[in-house]
Ligand binder design. Structure first.
Ligand code: G1P
Ligand code: ZN
Length: 548
């Protein structure tokens, strides 16, 4: 027997979802009514019933971090009590973010709830998160997340079923208080989608010919996906995928695929016995880092190379409709778009801004400097997708990653690029620094420093070309006459104080005579940024915590 209960509750302060849903420390999420209040706010805003009274269908899954399994049972009970007709859930409540986005679209559902704090560490004392994706498979837009937040400030009750746990270990259909629960294999539909996009036989032939790869799944969600696709379907050597078992604390790793956190992979790729290709992905599988033997590929360059070569993969052989990048991402992809004669778009930070462009058929490939790349096959960035597109390109071009990069730079020029992060700054200090910088923008054009002349400076504002919505104050841009650029913004995803992100870029056409280490090439731009923003004076920081 199951009983539907209505529980009296009261608002909990601070349940404000950011660009990637609501992220908090796990103990906060496990606190009384915390998860329940937020889930009820989601259901209240998106609705659990269709206009004809029938119940809606949702997808549910997460990256396997601590509390994922318990939260899934709560969300199932609440979906049932709120009148949903059906929930499609990954076995053991596991789904990577891109796989969840795909299932939402494939089964034409009314959206989905993803349990993840992405690349943030997981565990009893680390981070947990919940986000809602719409029926197009993409993150809820700001209007929806704002409405959810508003609802959390008014909530007075939530609905939940009293029942035993649903057995999520067995694939198949069960029921919970009249709601259908379909437990599905988290990997198979996603792997089938990848087979439609990429030339699996060509990649298989490459692996059979001795091509060696290392994939670091960082004890996070992509392990089972990578083993099935790379080792089982494409014939990569057994053991190609390391840290392949998702663990609730990610084995203590920080599952963020960048040179700092995926250091073991970087060491291997720059070592004597380096494989031909290396890759890593994050907690929920939407981010990727790719690296060749002794050849690191910056995410901005990766986006540009993928855009320039996508037509080599079956899913993109008709060419691209357009390329979109977030504002802080380097302009390398724009140069490719210009050469291809296709549109390029510059959006604010965050994947949700790509959704409209993808839905409207204006862009096919999108990317961010923060190790996110994806296409119109889903409405999230997709780590393994990027890895497979690179493999497809390598299989067709039969060149090394280093050679492909070198040819790319020779043809398009090189956008030297780096991001410096200053973490856990006191929020008031970071805010004061940004306010002072914003206040100085009008006086900057014409100003010279470090041998560079400032051409323009602004606070990036974006008008969505599809729906006309305007997003203001998305980050300070300082553009120099030689094409160099400085961008500063505060992170919207941190959970502790403020994180300052400083993005640095310098363009060199053809063979450039600059030192080819990006930090060296960018040295004058870095000095200019510190001088202009007075980072040390405001925050006391000189050295970044993370350099990517
Ligand atoms: C960060 C990245 C951004 C990405 C987001 C979600 O946001 O910089 O590109 O979309 O994570 O993965 P930020 O912390 O900078 O607001
Ligand atoms: Zn992620």
């Amino acid at each position: 027997m199951t009983t539907k209960l209505t529980i009296t509750t009261a608002p909990i302060a601070g349940q404000k979802p950011g660009t990637s849903g609501l992220r908090k420390k796990t103990p906060v999420f496990m606190g009384p009514h915390y998860l329940e209040n937020f889930v009820q706010a989601i259901f209240d805003v998106v609705g659990t019933r269709n206009p004809d009274g029938s119940g809606k269908t949702f997808v549910l899954g997460g990256d396997g971090r601590y509390f994922n399994d318990r939260a899934a049972q709560v969300i199932l009970r609440m979906a049932a009590a709120n009148g949903a007709a059906r929930v499609i859930i990954g076995q053991n409540a596991i789904l990577s973010t891109p796989a969840a986005s795909h299932l939402i679209r494939l089964y034409q559902t009314d959206g989905g709830i993803i349990m993840s704090a992405s690349h943030n560490p997981g565990g009893p004392k680390e981070d947990f998160g919940v986000k809602f994706n719409m029926s197009n498979g993409g993150p809820a837009p700001e209007a929806a997340t704002e409405a959810m937040y508003k609802r959390t400030t008014e909530i007075s009750e939530y609905h939940i079923v009293e029942s035993q746990d649903v057995d999520l270990s067995k694939i198949g259909r069960t029921a919970l208080a009249g709601m259908i629960v379909d437990v599905v294999d988290p990997v198979s539909d996603y792997a089938a989608l990848m087979e439609t996009l990429f030339d699996f036989p060509a990649i298989r032939t490459m692996f059979a010919g001795g091509f060696r790869m290392r994939m670091d799944s960082m004890c996070a969600v992509t392990g089972p996906y990578a083993v099935e696709i790379l080792e089982n379907r494409l014939g990569a050597a057994k053991g190609t995928v390391i840290n392949a078992t998702p663990l609730s604390d990610f084995g203590g790793m920080h599952p963020d695929p960048n040179p700092t956190w995926a250091k073991a992979l970087m060491d291997e790729m720059f070592g004597a016995a380096a494989p031909d290709f290396g890759a890593a992905s994050d907690g929920d599988g939407d981010r990727n880092m790719v690296v060749g033997a002794a050849a690191y590929v910056s995410p901005s360059d990766s986006l540009a190379v993928l855009a320039a070569n996508a037509h080599l993969a079956p899913g993109y052989k008709a060419g691209l409709k357009g390329v979109a990048r977030s504002m802080p991402t380097s302009a390398a992809a724009d140069r490719v778009a210009t050469a291809l004669g296709i549109a390029s778009y510059e959006t604010p930070t965050g994947w949700k801004f790509f959704g409209n462009l993808l839905d409207a058929g204006r862009a096919t490939i999108c990317g961010e400097e923060s190790f996110g790349t994806g296409s119109d096959h889903v409405r999230e960035k997709d780590g393994l997708w990027a890895v497979l597109l690179w493999l497809n390109i390598l299989a067709v071009r039969k060149q090394s990653v280093a050679a492909i990069l070198a040819e790319h730079w020779a043809k398009f020029g090189r956008n030297y690029y780096s991001r410096h992060d200053f973490e856990a700054i006191a929020s008031d200090k970071a805010d004061a620094m940004m306010a002072a910088l914003r206040g100085s923008l009008a006086s900057l054009p014409g100003h010279q420093l470090e041998g560079l002349t400032i051409q323009a400076a602004d606070d990036f504002a974006y008008t969505d070309p599809v729906d006309g919505s305007v997003s203001k104050a998305q980050g300070v841009r300082i553009m120099f006459e030689d094409g160099s650029r400085i961008v500063l913004r505060l992170s919207g995803t941190g959970t502790e104080g403020a994180t300052l992100r400083l993005y640095l870029e310098r363009y060199a056409a053809g063979p450039d005579g600059l030192d080819h280490d990006p930090q060296q090439a960018l040295a004058p731009v870095i000095r200019a940024a510190h001088a202009l923003a007075r980072i040390e004076a405001f925050t006391g920081r000189v050295t970044p915590d993370v350099i990517t």
